[in-house]
Design a protein around this ligand. Structure first.
Ligand code: ACO
Length: 164
C-alpha cells in the first residue's frame, strides 16, 4: 500500500505508442479481455481517455467512448475506470473521474454513464459520491463473469462543476 498526503499524479493521453500501458493495466484490473473495437474507441476519444502516472509508474486509467443520443445530444460512456490496488485511496480515481466530468461540462455533454457489475459495491459507492445514480438493471449483461448482471449508472450534467 502506498501512503502519503501529497500525492503527485499526472494524467497523460492514450496514443498508439503508449497503448501497451493501457493493455497491461486492463489485464491486471478487469476480468474481461477487451477487443480491437474497444481500443479503437479509446484512440478516438481524445482527451476523454487518460492514463494516471504516480511518479513514472502508470497506475490507473479512465477510458471513454463518445456517443450521440437520438436527439443529437452528446453523451460519454465510461468503458473502464481502474487504479492498481496498492495505489487506491489516494485520490487517483477521483482525479481521473473529475477530469472526465469537467471536460464533459465544457464540451456540453448532457450525460455520462457506465455499466458496473451488481456486486461491485466499492465502485457503485464511489460513483454515487459524484452524483451518479442507478438508472437501470440489466440481467445477464456479462457472458463470462459472475454475477452476470449489471447496473447502468448515470450522471446527468447541468452546470459545469466538480465534485469533492
Ligand atoms: N473501498 C472502499 N472505499 C473506496 C474504495 C475501496 N476499494 N475505493 C475508493 N473508495 C472511496 C474512498 O474511500 C474515497 O472516499 P473518501 O474520499 O470519502 O475517503 C473515494 O472512494 C475516492 O477514492 P479515490 O482514492 O479517489 O479512488 P481510487 O483511486 O481508490 O479509485 C476505483 C476508485 C477506481 C473504484 C478503484 O477502487 C478501483 O480501481 N477498483 C477496481 C476496478 C473497478 O471496479 N472499477 C470500476 C468498475 S466500473 C467501470 O469500470 C466502468
Amino acid at each position: 500500500m502506498v501512503t502519503g498526503a501529497a500525492v503527485s499524479v499526472s494524467l497523460d493521453c492514450v496514443l498508439d505508442d503508449n497503448l501497451t500501458q493501457l493493455k497491461k493495466l486492463n489485464s491486471i484490473l478487469f476480468p474481461v479481455r477487451y477487443n480491437n473495437k474497444y481500443y479503437a474507441d479509446v484512440l478516438a476519444s481524445g482527451d476523454f481517455t487518460k492514463l494516471a502516472y504516480y511518479s513514472d509508474t502508470c497506475v490507473g486509467s479512465i477510458t471513454c467512448r463518445l456517443e450521440k443520443k437520438d436527439d443529437g445530444a452528446a453523451r460519454v460512456y465510461i468503458m473502464t475506470l481502474g487504479v492498481l490496488a496498492p495505489y487506491r485511496g489516494l485520490g487517483i480515481g477521483t482525479q481521473l473521474l473529475n477530469h472526465v466530468l469537467d471536460l464533459s461540462s465544457k464540451e456540453n455533454v448532457s450525460e455520462v454513464y457506465l455499466h458496473v457489475q451488481t456486486n461491485n459495491e466499492d465502485a457503485i459507492n464511489f460513483y454515487k459520491k459524484f452524483g451518479f445514480e442507478i438508472t437501470e438493471t440489466i440481467r445477464n449483461y456479462y457472458v463470462r463473469i459472475t454475477p452476470p448482471d449489471c447496473y447502468v449508472v448515470t450522471k446527468y450534467i447541468g452546470q459545469p462543476q466538480s465534485q469533492k
